[in-house]
Design a protein around this ligand. Structure first.
Ligand code: NAD
Ligand code: DAU
Length: 433
């Protein structure tokens, strides 16, 4: 079915027999003039005039959708929310909804037809091929991963499957799709892979921060799996010419962070009167970046990065863990004092260290600033205050992720046809046949 080009605000759906899928939504004033912010708004790669003067139909179907993977997780969720706050581009959000994927993070988009959440695995080739063919995204941003170092130590299998095999399958599906694109769209297409500073290994106390030229020395199953995925992405560019971009970012913090990671765990445990577990001597150093700044860096790299290049992203905020924990306690003391008048720091408990614990990470983010003009907007002081304020204001979100209630939330809130699409079931059927 074609979109109605005369509608003043027209979403258009293709009836695929599964209840309808939103392909894109835009503002259309006349059949020949499209009021949508065009490719150039978010993508600075030159595109042909024919795309600007767009025959809206082609524009809609081929150029206003981006595919995000892992967009129900911490960073992906923040990215989707920020993207849709700033752009009319539709988002297809492919997420397996593991324990870390929480559609409740995307609750404000529930009736926003620009967002479609598809439950499925980046390792599912049939599902990927179908989504790419149907939605014709102009870019793919890959956030999907198993991301928790401690979990990777206890059970590395899922990390190998998603981070390595999944990235490989995604690259293959995207390559096939990209090969079949028309030349203008093919030139403008981007695959952005979101990676981590942990691939570079651990720094000694006085060593300079990681640049993009630092050798890869991953030390945990998690970082080794991310390193492998980075190598695959690089090779798909070098060998096949796929226009890839890779970002390697330092530790993020902010809203919607699953409370298994240091900062949200400390906030949540402190408020619950539980111990605040500090691994080893607490003097390991991490370089902290407010999540919204990571999202803006990704948008900037997507818009202006050079294919094949790697960009380190960081906040210039190196801090030992114990200082982070003490800061959280100090702010909570001021913002939500304990009933007994004591400091939350009384709850700090030193525990056994993480095996193979990397001592120090630090990102040199000069390249992205020099070449793309990106800098973080938040300092650690402003970002951590916003983060704590968010957790204090959103106890339900925390309670639900802790109880697993968000799984029920999917059922009750996404029952409408345009809600979560179950990609797994349909593609499992197709691969079985
Ligand atoms: P997260 O664990 O919060 O979210 C990961 C998301 O991916 C979840 O929604 C999960 O359901 C989804 N997912 C997992 N396996 C999947 C699969 N096979 N198919 C589809 N979806 C799947 O992670 P995060 O902290 O948001 O990290 C996002 C990305 O950023 C990861 O690639 C991570 O390596 C990278 N990164 C994270 C940080 C950080 O500090 N959190 C820093 C730098 C880079
Ligand atoms: O550097 C980027 C990476 O940052 C990302 O690639 C990972 O996905 C992300 O999880 C994060 O990894 P870390 O291992 O650095 O984050 P985590 O929050 O698990 O731990 C931060 C530091 O705090 C680390 O030195 C371990 C320590 N820690 C962590 C927890 C959960 C504690 O001391 N106590 C804790 O309870």
């Amino acid at each position: 079915m074609n979109p109605d080009p005369t509608a003043s605000r027209a979403g258009f759906r293709e009836d695929d027999g599964e209840g309808g899928r939103i392909l894109a939504l835009t503002m259309i004033s006349t059949p020949t003039k499209c009021a949508t912010r065009h490719l150039s708004d978010q993508f600075e790669t030159p595109v042909s005039p024919s795309l600007y003067s767009c025959a809206c139909f082609n524009y809609l179907t081929f150029h206003v959708t981006i595919l995000i993977t892992g967009g129900a997780g911490f960073i992906g969720g923040n990215f989707v929310l920020d993207w849709l706050a700033q752009s009319n581009d539709a988002v297809i959000n492919l997420d397996k909804l593991t324990y870390a994927g929480n559609p409740e993070t995307l609750a404000s988009l529930q009736s926003d037809p620009r967002h479609t959440l598809v439950q499925g695995d980046i390792g599912d080739s049939a599902l990927l091929a179908g989504l790419l063919a149907q939605h014709r995204p102009r870019a793919v941003v890959n956030f999907a991963a198993e991301s928790h170092v401690d979990r990777s130590i206890h059970g590395p299998e899922d990390f190998i499957q998603t981070n390595i095999v999944g990235t490989f399958r995604l690259l293959e599906a995207v390559r096939a799709y990209w090969m079949g694109m028309a030349s203008d769209a093919k030139a403008a297409f981007r695959f952005l892979h979101v990676s981590t500073d942990e691939v570079y290994g651990s720094l000694s106390k006085d060593a300079p921060a990681f640049t993009e030229a630092h050798r890869y020395e991953p030390n945990s199953p998690y970082s080794a799996s991310k390193a492998a995925s980075d190598h695959l992405v690089r090779a798909w560019h070098h060998t096949y010419g796929l226009p890839v971009l890779t970002t390697n970012c330092s530790n993020n913090y902010g809203p919607y962070h699953f409370p298994e990671k240091l900062i949200p765990l400390m906030i949540v445990n402190a408020l619950a009167g539980k111990p605040l577990p500090v691994y080893g001597d607490g003097l390991q150093v991490r370089d902290w970046l407010y999540v919204k700044d990571h999202c803006s860096a990704i948008r900037r790299v997507l818009a202006a990065g050079t294919p094949g290049e790697v960009y380190n992203v960081g906040g210039w905020n190196e801090k030992p863990n114990i200082e982070i924990v003490q800061t959280v306690c100090r702010l909570l003391d001021a913002m939500r004092p304990r009933a007994d008048g004591q400091s939350y720091s009384a709850q700090i408990t030193y525990v056994k260290d993480r095996p193979g614990h990397d001592r120090r990470y630090a990102i040199d983010a000069s390249k992205i600033e020099r070449e793309l003009g990106w800098k973080p907007a938040e300092t650690f002081e402003t970002g951590i205050e916003k983060t704590i304020a968010w957790y204090l204001a959103n106890p339900e979100w925390v309670a639900h992720v802790q109880s697993g209630a968000y799984r029920e939330w999917v059922q009750t809130h996404y029952a409408q046809p345009e809600g979560v699409q179950q990609g797994l079931a349909s593609s499992a059927e197709s691969s079985a046949s």
